[in-house]
Design a protein around this ligand. Sequence first.
Ligand code: DGP
Length: 114
Amino acid sequence: MSDTIFGKIAAGEITADIVYEDADVVAFRDLNPQAPVHILVIPRQPLPSLEQVDDQDAPLLGKLLVAAAKVARQEGIAKAGYRTVINCNAAGGQTVLHLHLHVLGGRPLQWPPG
Ligand code: DGP
């Protein structure tokens, strides 16, 4: 199933600047970066958002975080520090309904976010 733009990227139906992939996840550069490094990590499985997640998804969610850590090391931002974000649904700022984890780094990040 690939009914969102991210599903199509995971399926290889449209191109993206992919920086990491394995059997379960794909990571690629955000089209509209909010930091010098801004990468999206998605599951190949098309979960829409955290709203649908339950106990059976725990291994996959763990894989998203492990992939994020690998990508951060690969991009050279791990030691300085970086941020991971998962927006959930409209009020959370989610615009693409295929679960994705943002990895942002390469500049100091403010807290709290706006
Ligand atoms: P969110 O607001 O959490 O749903 O983040 C969606 C992000 O996806 C946003 O930062 C822009 C990015 N994005 C949207 N469409 C595309 C696309 O076609 N390719 C890539 N690489 N990124 C996209």
